[in-house]
Design a protein around this ligand. Structure first.
Ligand code: AMP
Length: 488
């Protein structure tokens, strides 16, 4: 199928051509016609599937096809869980709307609210926002949501994980009753279904190929290593194999900081990106990483979520995630758009169960390698892993662990959107063991029933099975940092 067969306006087709795209991705081919027809939609799609264009294009098409009702007001609202994702989505809106006369704006916390208020005053058609900042703006009567025609919840599962459920409900309460609703989520848990049931009206359901199957192009391997030798091994792997543009995942913020520091000391330019970093620091680190000045970006799951970095060649799981789905999200950072990538996990004895859970989810066992000189000491006993990061500096870690055990965590005041939730709701966000998602309360409307499609989304994890890569990852392939679409 070609984009031209979807019935999109000539201005949109031109913008698509400007981006160099000719063929819609599967989620785009399924979602675009349904959204253009005005249906509410539940879409199961992960980052990297082209989901953003999947909702942005038909929204622009619909808004262009209908006249706004007199008064200047926001017509489409796109809610995202993180600032980085908000910025990326806003950039997509700008790119795809390049030949249309819409005004779009992105608002999120961690940066001054005054310029956002001023921009809203000038009139905005399409608003991309994180929920916390949007509510702040609404409270200050700086934004009028009474004319919203289309609402999108992007990465709804992550929004629930981050404790945004009440904010989402508060935002929805500010919207007019009649509107089109789109919900995009990488997973469809009971909580997501409850949320969907509470505000979608007779939704259509579409799903993209699961990213669990996509890592066809990602070589995955596990290096077995002792807990205390991970850092040493990582430094050796990066240096020996001349890896560049390596995205390294740690479980905790302090682990990310500590590891970035140690890598830098070892002569490997590295920086950490996580929720306690100021927006400026995050944007800078990301920019340096993408233009090749930074060899390693150390990130937590939340910070990395939604980052659109094309052709990222290496992902390292310095620590396995507590939730197996996050493994799939992490390695989805590489092997995109037909490019091959490598995902390496450094696994110590404490993480055996996490590794089993991941292998069960992706339905294959990962080849286990031992790096010369890093033979595992079989006498080391496993330790519980919650709240512990092998990259952290110990005194700080001990202090944090003490704080978490005895009193409410203190949070950075740099980030109103996130700090509020970190302190008040989801301990699970960053730096702590992830808990199962909370129940989101009783739905206002009956929940949509599982469809055969959803069932298959759960079970279709098998593609790529049988493809085993036993060789170690020696690669001289330097990343060609490609233009990416992050900041705005
Ligand atoms: P998303 O899942 O929306 O984050 O998109 C992932 C990446 O796919 C982005 O870099 C998009 O620019 C790119 N992309 C979106 N649609 C297409 C398409 N039809 N063909 C090729 N690449 C695309």
């Amino acid at each position: 199928m070609k984009f031209s067969e979807l019935g999109l306006s000539p201005e949109l087709l031109r913008a698509i051509a400007d981006q160099g795209y000719t063929v819609p991705t599967p989620i785009q081919a399924k979602a675009i016609p349904l959204v253009m027809e005005g249906h509410d939609l539940m879409a199961c799609a992960q980052t990297g599937t082209g989901k953003t264009a999947g909702f942005t294009l038909p929204i622009l098409h619909r808004l262009a096809a209908s006249k706004p009702s007199g008064r200047q007001h926001v017509r489409a609202l796109i809610l995202t869980p993180t600032r980085e994702l908000a910025a990326q989505v806003a950039e997509s809106v700008r790119d795809y709307g390049a030949h249309l006369a819409f005004k779009s704006l992105v608002v999120f916390g961690g940066v001054g609210i005054v310029p956002q208020i001023a921009a809203l005053k000038k009139g905005v058609d399409i608003l991309v926002a994180t929920p916390g900042r949007l509510l702040d703006l609404a409270q200050q009567k700086a934004v009028d949501l009474s004319g919203i025609e289309i609402l999108v919840l992007d990465e709804a599962d992550r929004m629930l994980d981050m404790g945004f459920i009440h904010d989402i409900r508060r935002v929805i309460a500010l919207l007019p009753k009649t509107r089109q609703n789109l919900l995009f989520s990488a997973t469809f848990s009971d909580d997501i279904r409850a949320l969907a049931g509470s505000f979608l009206v007779s939704p259509s359901y579409v799903e993209s190929e699961r990213r669990n199957t996509a890592p066809e192009l990602v070589e995955q391997a596990v290096y077995r290593v002792d807990r205390e030798r991970k850092r040493e091994l990582l430094i050796e792997l990066i240096k020996q194999n001349d890896w560049h543009q390596v995205l390294v995942f740690t479980r905790t913020k302090w682990g990310a900081n500590g590891l970035a520091e140690k890598l830098t000391k070892a002569g490997i330019e590295a920086s950490a990106i996580h929720g306690n970093k100021s927006q400026g620091a995050r944007t800078r680190a990301l920019g340096d990483f993408k233009n090749g000045e930074l060899r390693v970006l150390v990130a937590t799951d939340i910070a990395a979520r939604g980052l659109d970095i094309e052709q990222l060649p290496f992902v390292v799981n310095y620590e396995l995630p507590n939730v197996p789905e996050d493994y799939v999200h992490r390695i989805g950072r590489t092997g995109r758009a037909g490019a091959s990538g490598k995902a390496v996990s450094l696994v110590c004895v404490d993480e055996d169960k996490l590794l089993r859970d991941i292998e069960r989810l992706i339905k294959k066992s990962l080849p286990a390698l031992t790096h010369p000189g890093f033979a595992v000491d079989a006498t080391i006993a496993p330790q519980p892993i919650a709240n512990r990061s092998t990259g952290q500096n110990k005194p700080q870690a001990a202090k944090v662990a003490r704080n978490m055990g005895t009193k409410k965590r203190s949070v950075s005041s740099n980030h109103p959107d996130e700090a509020r939730r970190l302190g008040a709701t989801e301990k699970a966000r960053e730096g702590e063991a992830k808990k199962p998602p909370r129940r989101s309360g009783s739905p206002e409307r009956p929940m949509p029933k599982k469809t055969p499609g959803e069932q298959s989304a759960k079970t279709d994890h098998s593609a790529g099975q049988g493809r085993r890569q036993q060789r170690p990852f020696h690669s001289k392939a330097k990343a060609t940092p490609k233009a990416t679409r992050v900041s705005s």
